[in-house]
Ligand binder design. Structure first.
Ligand code: SAM
Length: 222
């Protein structure tokens, strides 16, 4: 029996197979030798969430990040997670079945959509690198469309780096397990791109020897 399903972008590695989607959190713990939990908790801490924040999580996965964000929110806070895959929907909804502040919607984020509501923060974690450049623009437009005036965007993903500067083992792993879109993603000046999309970059934090970065930005003009 094949585990593959038809991909929207055959090259992409963020469109997970059913097996990887079902075991996503466990696999991340395993691959990171148990460091992932501490890393993601630190990154969420850096978001400096306010109790009443409303958060849109694009490509939310299993809800692991949402559960860490929820710890920072009060009764008025809320999180909406969007994801493409049924395996993620199942895990996300099970995790938050007794939590009315967190909702899920099965939604492609690579096409223009309008949820009819605006949020204080759009969070997108380990998703953007997995799409062709033109599609990343659509995703960023979706983020802008769903932010309140002065709203914030947080992108947790690969930092900019030159693959050729890295050691042989890292280059081998990156080339073996990442797609051509990711190799393209690391070459862009994302702070400049966010500036062109109407954001002011407010901060950046680096992890795992500067391979991963949390980029925090705010919509300008307010
Ligand atoms: C690498 S995982 C990251 C999950 C989560 N953001 C995290 O940090 O744990 C990528 C996620 O993007 C979702 N995804 C991929 N393509 C998508 C699309 N076109 N629309 C919505 N979600 C998508 C996948 O289902 C998966 O949950």
């Amino acid at each position: 029996m094949t585990e593959d399903r038809k991909k929207l972008y055959p090259e992409s590695k963020v469109e997970l197979t059913p097996f990887v989607a079902r075991h996503y959190d466990r696999l991340l713990n395993l691959i990171s030798l148990g460091f992932y939990g501490r890393f993601i908790a630190r990154a969420i801490e850096e978001l400096s969430l306010a109790a009443g924040d409303s958060i849109l999580d694009l490509g939310c996965g299993t809800g692991r990040n949402a559960s860490l964000m929820l710890e920072k929110l009060g009764p008025a806070g809320k999180i909406k997670g969007l994801d493409l895959l049924p395996e993620m929907q199942e895990q996300f909804e099970k995790r938050f079945e007794k939590e009315p502040r967190v909702t899920f919607r099965r939604q492609r984020i690579d096409v223009a959509f309008d949820l009819g509501e605006k949020f204080d923060l759009v969070f997108i974690s380990f998703v953007l690198h997995g799409f062709p450049p033109a599609v990343r623009e659509i995703i960023l437009d979706n983020a802008v469309r769903h932010l309140k005036p002065g709203g914030r965007l947080a992108i947790l993903d690969y930092a900019e780096f030159n693959l050729e500067d890295k050691g042989f083992l890292f280059r081998w792993v990156f080339n073996k397990f990442e797609c051509t879109y990711a190799r393209d993603f690391i070459q862009y000046d994302w702070k400049k791109i966010l500036g062109e999309c109407g954001f002011r970059v407010e901060g950046e934090e680096y992890y795992f020897r500067n391979i991963i970065r949390l980029l925090r930005a705010r919509l300008k003009g307010d």
